[in-house]
Write a protein that binds this ligand. Sequence first.
Ligand SMILES: NCCCC(=O)O
Length: 757
Amino acid sequence: QPNATKLYLLGLFPWTGAWDGAEATVPATMLAVQDINADPKLLPDYELVVITRDTECDGGTATDEMYKELYNTSTTKIMILGPACSIATEPTAQASHHWNLVQISYSATSPKLSTRSLFPRFFRLLPPDSMLNVVKIAMFKEFHWTKVATIQESAPLFSLTTADFHIEAKQAGIEVIAAETFIDNPTTQIENIQKSGARIIVAGFYGNMARRVFCAAYHQKMYGAKYVWIVPGWLEWHWWRKTDASIDCSVEQMDEAVAYHFAVNIDNLPSDANRAPSLSGMTSRKFLERFAAVVDTDDPSSLTGFMEKSFAYDTVWTVALALHEAERQLSQLDPPRTVADFAYDSITCQILFDVISSLSFEGISGPIKFNSNGDRLGLILLRQLQDGSDVKVGTLDPTTGTGRDITWLGYEPISWLGGAPPIDFIIEREDRQTIQLSLFLTGAILATVGIALACCFLAFNIHFKKLRVIKMSSPNINNLMLIGGMLAYVAIIFLGVDTNIASTDTFVWMCRAKTWCLSIGFSLAFGSMFSKTWRVHKIFTNKTAAKMVLKDSRLFCFVTTLVLLDVLILVLWETLDPLVATERFGTKVIDDENDDIVYTPIRMMCESRNQTYWIGAFYVIDGLLLIFGAFLAWETRKVSIPALNDSKYIGVCVYNVLILSFVGAPVSFILEERNAHYALVATLIWLATTLTLCVVFVPKIRTRNDVQPAQNTLVSQVTQSHQGVTSVDAQKELQLLRQEIGRLRKNLHDLGQDDKE
Ligand SMILES: NCCCC(=O)O
C-alpha cells in the first residue's frame, strides 16, 4: 500500500562464523515480510521492513550491530528478530529488554535462553537443545544401551545441553562412562572415549568442530558398524564435506566417518499429509517451492539454515500477529495509541510481550505456542545419514502420550551397518592374574633343591663338626645360617601359592607364613654371617689382645636378638594390622583380536592397610644390617686365614645379598605382572640363598681332608697373607706381623675352647 506506515524490525543474521545460517533464514524472512505486507487483513495500514545486520555468529559483533541500529534514530525498531547463534543471542537478549524491545529468535537453541530472569522479553520459535535429549534417551531405551560417552565443544549451548543429558541419563539408568569437553582440538578427548570403551557417543558442536571430531574419530577408527554417533540436527547441510584446512582428512574419509550417524532436531516442516492448514494458507510443499524460487541456488537444501527457514518465516508471522493484536489493544487505550507511536516505551512492549505469550497459530513449521520461558514445543525429528542421504527415521512428540516414546511408524527404517544395533560397550572380562602352575612348580622344585642342598650342608656340618676346618668356623653359627637359608627356600614355595591353586583363606595364610619365613630366615642367615664378620673385624681391629674375642654364645645372642625383633614386629603387624586378601584392578586392556572384548586385570593381593610402615621397619633394620655388614666385609677383605676360613666368603656373601636385595626390592615393588614378579622375587631369594650357602660351605667340603695340624702352617699362612699387602717398611712390618701371630694364636686357642664348651 502506498500510504502504509513503515514498521521497522531489526533482523540479526549470521552471514559468516561457526553457523552461517543467514543463507537460508534471510530469504525465508523476506518471503514472510512479502507475504504479510501483501495480506490486506494483517496490519493493513503498515508495511513491515526488516533491517538486517550480520552478527558473524559472535556475541560481540551481534551486540555491537544491535546498538548501532538502536542508536540510529532515523528509524525506530519495534522488535528484534534473531540472532541465530546462541552465543550471539544471549548478550543481545540480555540487553534488548532494557530498550523495551521484544526479541524473537528463529534459531538459537541454548538451554540458557530459557531463563526468564535473564532474558525477560525473549521468545524463540524452537525448543532448547536440552529438550531434544528426550529422543536420545528414548533411543537408549529402544536399543537397550546403558552406557554412553559424551563429547562437546566448550560453549554454554553444548555444556548445558550435555549437563541436562547427563541428568536424564542418570535418571534413566544410563551410565556416562566418558564426558569430554574440548576447546578446539578434540584428539585427546576422542582417544579418551576410545579408551573408555564407549560405543554410543552423544556429541554437541558447531559444524567446524564437528569436522575436527569426526576426523579424529576417523583416525582412531571410531566409526562404522560398532559405533553410534548422535549429533545436533541443525548443523549445516553436508557440514563434513566443507573445505577445512584445519583437518587432515579427505572428503572420502569424512564421508566414511560420518556414515550412518544420527541427528536430532525439531521438525521444521511437517509433511502435508499430517499437517493442519497454515495461517499463511501455504502447504509445506508450496512453501518449499516458493522458497526455492527466491534463493539463488539449484539446491536450496545446501544452504546453511535450510532447517531453520520455516522458523524464520514463522517468526515474522509471529511478529506481525503480535503487532496486529497490539494495535487493537493500543487503540483502546486512553488516549488511544498505535504501534507506530512506539518509542521504546514499556506500554507497547508489555502489550506485545503479553500477546506473544498467549499467541497460538498454525505456522508453516507446525503449531506455534510458547511456554512460560518463551520456548516453543514441537515435534522432535530423528534423522540418519543413510548412503549419503538424510533420512527421517522417527519422531517424538513431547506433548502427546508419555512424551518419551519415539514413533517409528511411517518413517524409513534405521540402517545398521552391522545388521543390528551395536553393543553399547565392549564386553568386559576379568583377567585374574595368578601365578602359572608351571612357574610355581619350577619355583617349588628349585626351592626343594635348595632345601635339600641346605640339608646336605647341615649334615656335613654336623658330621664333620670335629674336623678342625669345621670346628674353627663356628659350625653352630653356620647351622643357624643353614636354617635361615631353609626358611628362605620355604618362603619361595609359600610365595608361589596363588588363588588358582588354593582358596583365598589358604592364600592369605601362605602369604603370612611367607612373611615370617622371609624375615626370620633373613635374620638367621644374614645375622649369622654378619656376626661372624663382626667377630673377624673385632679380632683384626682390637688393639688389646685380651678383649678381642667374641665367643659363639655372644654371636648366638646377637642373632637371637635379631630374630626376636622380627618376631616382635611380626606379632604387632599380625595383631594391629593383619594381612588380608584384596583385589587390585589394573588398567583395562582391549583384546588384540576382538576389540569388542576388554580385559580387566585383577590381582589378588595379600595386603594390610599400613603395610608400608611394617615393611619399612624391616627394610630399615635389614638395610642397616646389610650396609653395616658390607662395611665390615670391606674392612676385613684382606683377611684370608683358613683357620678363620669363612671371613672372606662371608664378605662375598654380604655383597651378594646386598646387591640382590637392593636390586630386587625396588624392582619387585614396581613390577606388577604377577608371574614376572614371582619369577623375579623367587629367583633373587633363591640366588641370594644358594650363592651364600655355596660360597660358605662348598670350600669347606672341598678342603675337609686338607687339615693342617701344625700351628706353624698357620703362622706361615698369616705371614704370607700379610706379606701380600705389605711393601713399605719390611722390618717394621715383620715385627708387627709377629705380634699379630702371637695374638692370633691366642684367639684361635680361645675359639677352640669356646667350641668345645
Ligand atoms: N540452530 C543453529 C544455531 C544453534 C545455536 O547457536 O543456538
